[in-house]
Design a binder for this molecule. Sequence first.
Ligand code: ZN
Length: 422
Amino acid sequence: MTRTRRQRKSTATRQGKRWPRVLTGLCLVALLGAFALHSSGYAGALFSGIKGRLEARISGNGPGYGHDIGRGSGPDSTTGNITGETGPGANPGDDEQGHPSFEEPYGEPEAPMDDDELARLSVNELGKVPIIMYHDVQDYEAEWVRSRSNFRNDLERFYDLGYSLVLLSDYLDGNINVPAGRAPLVLTFDDGTRGQFRMIESDEGLIPDPDCAVGILLEFSRTHPEFGHAATFFVNSGNPFGDPSEVEEKFKFLLENGMEIGNHTRSHENLAYASPEVVAREIGSLANEVRAICGYDTVSLALPYGGYPRSTENLLTGTWDGERYENKGILLVGAEPAPSPFSKKFNPLAVPRIRGSQEELDKWLGEFEKYPNGRFVSDGRSDTVTVSEGFEENLDPDRVGDRTVRAYALPASTGGGDTQSE
Ligand SMILES: [Zn+2]
């Protein structure tokens, strides 16, 4: 049946991680700038080509995984509002907005594991987390469409590689609740297409079409319960999922079934040259609309076209029509695995994603297979942050919050603390 990923003690060094950060940062800024220029203005049919070119350029930046959109190298590193002290997400325990009802499927372990057990499982809660970006799921494959069979294959592949799903909001909060030894992975879907979520009549009333992404995901998790079915759907105003008469029902279904809704702006406007007022309108009016429909506060924003505003004003927090919104993370269109939510490299203003295409999945999942110590592997406890000795300094205390930090010694034969990377 399913393969269990064989956990290895590896002596792999932090290959690919030593490229000069300044150079990487400059490349990234230049590429994002090029992106903004190329994609400014809604260009209809030209748009997917522009996106594709840009995506390729961004994701082609650098020698492999390890270069990071980290603090100081994001698209707006000059604002200073990324210290973790003022931005949303600064307090990982803050759950005032409330999560959708979601039964925790895995109990806390009875007793803490000893060092040998943690080493055997390659636990590393400073490792990176893949956040996958899908658009449509249909019966064919195209640049921004994943075929149903490939989507099913992706889920099987994620599962076999040891991943379990977490909600994006839980990643942003540092609430990583997956079984010990498994790695968190986040699924996101942009644009609210019909291929993502359709309902059909059944004896029990409306149920998800088993051939839409939601239906496929729910079916897969029924047979792979430790994988879960958490997913975040970034929607726009008006006609999410293609059927205006079912919007409320669909939103509520997602929230009641361990999935969530994200903000993709009111009109899918490219915010690259938007004023702070337009940014507030685009984010706030969609946030207000979702709240009015189902009482849920969106807590994350995916930038349409990846277009990054010149000013970060009103991106994370703002007010529109008398109602306040708060985003704990701003999601980019590309182009690599995201930092651990406890890392000093975590930047709520620039959370990178991996495109859900064959090429990008092969690339990044392959990197983690080659360098397994680069990815986040859970200790199975959401109240403890576990890293190998010597890496505690890379934790951001504000992000760790009230959680207990556990540093464990690696057996001498693995070469000590040099075997894990962020
Ligand atoms: Zn979009």
